[in-house]
Design a protein around this ligand. Structure first.
Ligand SMILES: [Ca+2]
Length: 486
């Protein structure tokens, strides 16, 4: 992944007196609001955020009731439920054992507790599809924090799944994905841990396959101090226009605004995922030449998350009812607000119980799934031609089980594209000896070209399939339970 964060000594800014936060947020809110107006629900009946006070948060003192504003996509103040229940409503949690509740809260907090993550962990959730997303969160790093590898992300994913997908070191296709991370970076040791805020961004026109960074105000983050951070990602208005943007604010002050992006090549790709990520490895300590990584304490606190289609701003004022609990949101994948085309039926299947059928290459052997039979095939592959003809839709899915009898790598699917007169490829990477792996992917994820940067199988027809890998001439991989779903 990339280089990382650092830190800083900073003048201690006196913690946000409300009037101050409001004043600071004005310019930020105005800067943000101009590009943010399009694509929102009708505004006539909605109260407008008071420009003298800040963003949406200014309409809901102490965030009370903010979750009911139709411009708000997702809220969690961590006041309700157990860690497991929080993970369930977000839809995905990793390293649940590293999460705990904390009585450490920021000065403007309307609640009683925050959530703490030690070492590594994430919460990942989905909102309905939008063209602009603002994500406000409160965050504090441990006083002895080290540099951080990766942090909070906003993601546009054409085919969202409940879990975050990989993609480090891969240029995403312009019709499939773009993402931006609001992350601390040490900028190769220039700042003490955790560093300064920057964007770490992946899209189809990024300069290197490892993403592109965007510097904002170079104000070192003070460990042990709460911050209100807000990141905005706005899609380009049409595929041929480079008018996408991203921006971020710290304690209501605009720290960086970046314009002129052609994030996507189709309007079908929408922003829909929020990843509260705390990812640590020993890499950033090396990249930043941390002289004393053993002394670091990797702990982070989060609170008062509001994701919306307009600028939110810091918590404003106090709730009328005193301490409060929000009604926390649930993932849009769980509530069906995010409609993702799902395959409904199996249109072709081959389980190899009665021979290889139309598959060419390899031979049927024992040792398949659950004691069944499977097809064992060599590195130059197995293929099936003209045994099915399935119009490719968003839901069209290919699924099968693989088990290598020795370690192999560079496992690849090739599907011939009639439209492009070329093979579309889907990479599966390596397989560990004797471990079954279920492979599931959508046909539109296969793309023309060795590096898969060409067009996809969108609006094509699926009528053949080939699977190859790299291994010795005696190597064999088993395939079983091959299915095409529509
Ligand atoms: Ca809280």
């Amino acid at each position: 992944m990339h280089g990382l964060p650092t830190i800083a000594l900073v003048v201690i800014v006196v913690c946000c007196v409300m009037t101050h936060v409001g004043a600071d947020a004005v310019s930020a809110a105005e800067a943000a609001r101009t590009p943010a107006r399009s694509g929102l629900p009708p505004q006539a009946s909605l109260p407008a955020p008071g420009p003298e006070k800040g963003g949406l948060a200014s309409l809901y003192p102490g965030d009370e009731g903010i979750e009911r504003d139709p411009r708000v996509l997702f809220v969690d103040d961590f006041e309700t439920g157990t860690i497991a229940e929080i993970g369930a409503r977000w839809g995905n949690i990793s390293k649940v054992e590293n999460f705990s509740f904390s009585e450490d809260i920021h000065n403007s907090s309307p609640g009683n507790r925050s959530i703490r993550i030690v070492d590594n962990g994430h919460l990942f959730t989905h909102t309905r599809n939008v063209d602009v997303m603002y994500a406000r969160f409160y965050v504090k790093f441990h006083e002895k924090t080290g540099y951080i590898h990766h942090f909070v992300h906003l993601v546009a994913d054409r085919t969202p799944e409940p879990w975050p997908k990989g993609g480090a070191g891969e240029r995403p296709a312009g019709d499939m994905k773009f993402s931006t991370g609001i992350e601390p970076t040490g900028r190769w040791g220039k700042f003490p841990p955790p560093g300064v805020w920057n964007f770490y961004t992946y899209w189809h026109e990024m300069k290197t396959k490892w993403g592109t960074t965007f510097d904002g105000k170079q104000e070192p983050i003070v460990p042990g101090r709460w911050y209100c951070v807000e990141a905005m990602l706005k899609a380009n208005s049409s595929p041929d226009k480079a008018d996408g943007e991203q921006a971020f604010w710290v304690d209501g002050e605009l720290y960086g605004r970046f314009t002129g992006f052609r994030w996507r090549t189709t309007d079908k790709l929408k922003i829909n995922s929020f990843w509260l990520l705390y990812y640590n490895t020993d890499q950033p300590a090396r990249h930043n030449k941390d002289p004393n990584p053993q002394s670091r304490v990797m702990e982070v606190w989060f609170d008062d998350i509001v994701v919306a289609t307009e600028y939110v701003g810091p918590v404003f004022g106090k709730p009328a009812s005193g301490k409060k609990k929000a009604v926390p949101s649930r993932s849009a994948l769980l509530t069906k607000e995010l409609s993702v085309a799902r395959p409904g039926k199996v249109v072709f299947s081959q389980r190899f119980e009665n021979g290889a059928g139309n598959f060419k290459g390899g031979e049927v052997v024992d040792g398949g799934v659950d004691g069944s039979k499977a097809l064992a095939f060599p590195p130059d592959g197995t293929s099936i031609w003209n045994a099915f003809s399935v119009p490719v839709e968003e839901s069209t899915t290919i699924r099968f089980q693989l088990k290598a009898l020795e370690d192999v790598d560079d496992v690849q699917v090739l599907i011939w594209s009639k439209n492009h007169k070329d093979n579309c490829r889907y990479h599966l990477g390596s397989l560990k000896k004797n471990q079954w792996r279920e492979v599931t992917f959508r046909a539109i994820e296969a793309r023309v070209g060795w590096d898969r940067t060409g067009p996809s199988l969108e609006a094509d027809v699926l009528d053949n399939f080939k699977l190859t890998y790299r291994g010795g001439t005696s190597a064999r991989v088993l395939i079983d339970d091959f299915e095409i779903l529509q």
